[in-house]
Design a protein around this ligand. Structure first.
Ligand code: ZN
Ligand code: ZN
Length: 247
C-alpha cells in the first residue's frame, strides 16, 4: 500500500535532499517528481511546495485549495500549469529520443484523489504501463470519463459564473467515486473491454497504430520536402540555363 502522505513529506522538504530517483526538477514554488507507480509510459507529478501564506491544509487537495480566496487559488493552479508545460516538453523530447515520434500528453487532477497534498498528473496519453493493474487505476486517468480533470477545464471554472464555480469547487466525492466503477472502455475508440488483460492488449495495439501513423506521416512529410527541394533545384537549374544558353 502506498504511503498516503508521502507527497506532503516531499512538499515540506528541502528539494536538495530528495534523491534523483524521486525528484526530476524543482522551482521556488513546486517540485516535479516521478510517479512511483506510473500509469503511462511517462508519468510525472507536480506538487506545490508549502510556502507562506499557504498552509499544508489549504494545499491538501484541489478541494481544499478551492475553498480559499479564489484569486490565490487560481494563482497556485496557474503556477502548476506553467510547470506542467515544462514537464510536457521534457516528455515530448524524451518520446522523440526513445521512440522517434511523439504523442499526446495529458495534464490534470483527480476529482477525488487518493493521496494527500495537491498534485497535478502529467502523463503520456497511452495508459500503457505494467503498473496499470485495475479498473480504478484506469478509469481515474481515462481522459473523458470525468474523474480526470484536465487542468484547462479546472482553470475555466474560475472564469465561469460564481454559482458554477461554487458547484464545481465542492468536488464531492459522491460525484467522482462512482466513475471509478464504470465499465472498462478504450479511450481511443470507446470499445467496451471485458477485463484488464484485454484492455491492456488493446491499448498496446492502439499505441502501435499511432506509432505507425506518425512514422508514416513523418516519412511522407520528409518525402514531400525532398521532392520540393528537387523541384526547386530543377527550377534554379532551368533559370540558370537560360542566360547560359543565350551566351
Ligand atoms: Zn493522484
Ligand atoms: Zn480502442
Amino acid at each position: 500500500m502506498a504511503n498516503l502522505t508521502i507527497l506532503r513529506t516531499y512538499a515540506l522538504k528541502n528539494p536538495e535532499t530528495l534523491p534523483s530517483s524521486i525528484l526530476f526538477s524543482h522551482t521556488a514554488k513546486s517540485l516535479t517528481i516521478y510517479d512511483a507507480y506510473p500509469k503511462s509510459m511517462f508519468h510525472f507529478l507536480i506538487l506545490p511546495r508549502v510556502q507562506e501564506p499557504l498552509t499544508t491544509t489549504e494545499l491538501g487537495s484541489l478541494r481544499s485549495l478551492l475553498k480559499i480566496n479564489k484569486e490565490r487559488a487560481k494563482e497556485v493552479i496557474t503556477g502548476l500549469h506553467e510547470d506542467a508545460k515544462a514537464a510536457k516538453k521534457e516528455i515530448e523530447e524524451e518520446m522523440l529520443r526513445r521512440y522517434g515520434f511523439k504523442w499526446d500528453v495529458w495534464t490534470g487532477f483527480h476529482g477525488a484523489p487518493s493521496m494527500e497534498h495537491l498534485h497535478v498528473h502529467v502523463l503520456s496519453a497511452d495508459l500503457c504501463s505494467e503498473k496499470m493493474k485495475n479498473k480504478k487505476h484506469y478509469n481515474s486517468f481515462h481522459p473523458s470519463l470525468g474523474f480526470f480533470l484536465h487542468i484547462d477545464e479546472v482553470l475555466s471554472w474560475f472564469d465561469a459564473e460564481p454559482s458554477f464555480y461554487a458547484a464545481k469547487a465542492q468536488l464531492k466525492p459522491s460525484t467522482y467515486e462512482p466513475i471509478l466503477k464504470e465499465d472498462l472502455s478504450c479511450f481511443h475508440c470507446n470499445s467496451v473491454m471485458k477485463n484488464m488483460p484485454t484492455l491492456k492488449a488493446h491499448l498496446h495495439e492502439e499505441w502501435n497504430k499511432i506509432e505507425k501513423k506518425s512514422k508514416a506521416a513523418h516519412h511522407k512529410k520528409r518525402k514531400l520536402e525532398s521532392d520540393t527541394i528537387d523541384a526547386s533545384d530543377v527550377q534554379i537549374g532551368q533559370k540558370k540555363s537560360k542566360p547560359d544558353s543565350s551566351e
